[in-house]
Design a protein around this ligand. Structure first.
Ligand code: MG
Length: 400
């Protein structure tokens, strides 16, 4: 069998996505992949097109060799754009291998390690009481793990710390909302105090700091959350603050999950070797696909670290399916982040994974179980977009 064509599909069915379809010379056998990267998809698309010249004419069964051929192809290696482009191709190759074998991808990875994949989703609201209502509603739907966030002007990140500065005198920022860590780090423990008193300790609660604190603020917050027994505190620090991961770890017994935006096996290995984390957040889509995440999962297991693959709306249903196939098969799954997709996305992609009583399942079909309707994708043209820069009260740009 030979790869004959690599199709790159940029589309925005409610959210920007990059999908990939790899065609072969075998009638009816093609692979589906995804390289969504939070508004950087046009750059990933160029990278996929560039790399595709190396794989056209090759046997799609040689996944490991193709992965390394692509990885070494530019001399410079790694980075989010490049690793996501490799992932998009890698997913499609595993999809093809599953179709040829007549087996779901998780069967090729060693088979089921569990019934389904435990997932957490997002509970949020503008007040502590509204968050309680949101978490309660999700518990009634069967969720056993819920991320609790106060919402504000920046989505659900920094909620409780978003300050209205209607009278700001900062030029250009009058009327803008600002982020302030002091109310944020005071409101979050108050929120969990309320949730635990109303909902008890059986529900697994999580919180995402989203990299918005200084190292010492992160340590203060993590320590103040200890009585509420979080399942984990997510991204309390950002990768650039690596020198403080050890300090944070030594400061608290709150379990820590880090790694949502790292893109290298060796960045992950450092987290494990230094015992800095309990959960690794890196998702297959941003680290080179199934081929690479398998290795990261094995390294993590060696250090008793469990997975918590990133899975918010900034990646699509194909990247989600790939993560579910991996999560179903590995021994050291912790939990997976889970979101449902809307009608427009479901019009473009079929065969999505599905939620049932706290667990998520892939389709029992050969390959990843997903498919793309290319004509439907054309109905939703890609929308160029960028991340919003958050600001402090004096107008200083703040990392998201
Ligand atoms: Mg996160």
């Amino acid at each position: 069998m030979k790869i004959t064509e690599v199709r790159v599909i940029l589309t925005c069915p409610g959210r920007n996505h990059l999908f990939v379809k790899i065609m072969t010379d075998e009638p009816g056998i093609y692979g589906i992949g995804e390289g969504t990267l939070n508004n950087s998809e046009p750059i990933v698309a160029k990278a996929v097109e560039h790399l595709s010249q190396l794989i056209i004419g090759r046997d799609p069964a040689q996944i490991e060799d193709i992965w390394h051929t692509l990885y070494f192809s530019g001399y410079w290696r790694g980075g989010p754009v490049f690793m996501t482009a490799i992932a998009a191709i890698d997913f499609a190759l595993w999809d093809i291998k599953g179709k040829v074998a007549g087996l779901p991808v998780y069967q090729l990875l060693g088979g089921r390690s569990r019934q389904g994949v435990p997932v957490y989703t997002h509970g949020q609201g503008p007040s502590i009481e509204a968050v309680e209502d949101s978490v309660r509603a999700l518990m009634e739907k069967g969720y056993k793990f819920v991320r609790a966030q106060l919402s504000g002007s920046f989505g659900s990140y920094g909620g409780g710390g978003v300050v209205k500065h209607e009278d700001s005198t900062v030029p250009g920022h009058k009327g803008t909302d600002f982020y302030n860590f002091v109310p944020y780090t005071r409101t979050v423990p108050a929120m969990f105090d309320h949730l635990r008193s109303k909902l008890g300790f059986e529900i697994n609660l999580l919180h995402d700091v989203h990299e918005q604190l200084t190292p010492i603020e992160a340590a203060q917050l993590a320590r103040s959350l200890e009585p509420y027994r979080l399942f984990f505190l997510e991204d309390a620090l950002r990768p650039e603050q690596k020198a403080y991961f050890g300090m944070l770890r030594q400061s608290t017994t709150t379990p820590l999950a880090i790694g949502e935006i790292i893109t290298s096996r060796w960045d992950a290995l450092e987290l494990f070797q230094n015992h800095w984390v309990d959960f690794i957040r890196t998702a297959p889509i941003h680290v080179g696909g199934i081929t690479e995440i398998r290795k990261i999962c094995i390294l993590a297991d060696s250090y008793f670290v469990r997975t918590a693959f990133h899975g918010a709306h900034d990646l699509g249903p194909i990247g989600q399916a790939a993560a579910v196939h991996v999560g179903l098969s590995i021994p050291n799954l912790g939990v997976q982040e889970w979101v449902e997709f809307g009608d427009q996305t479901r019009e473009v992609v079929s065969g999505l994974c599905y939620f049932e009583d706290g667990l998520v399942y892939p389709q029992e079909k050969p390959g990843l179980g997903v498919d793309i309707d290319e004509e439907a994708a054309k109905k939703y043209p890609y929308q160029q977009a960028y991340f919003t820069t958050k600001r402090l009260w004096d107008g200083t740009a703040h990392p998201y």
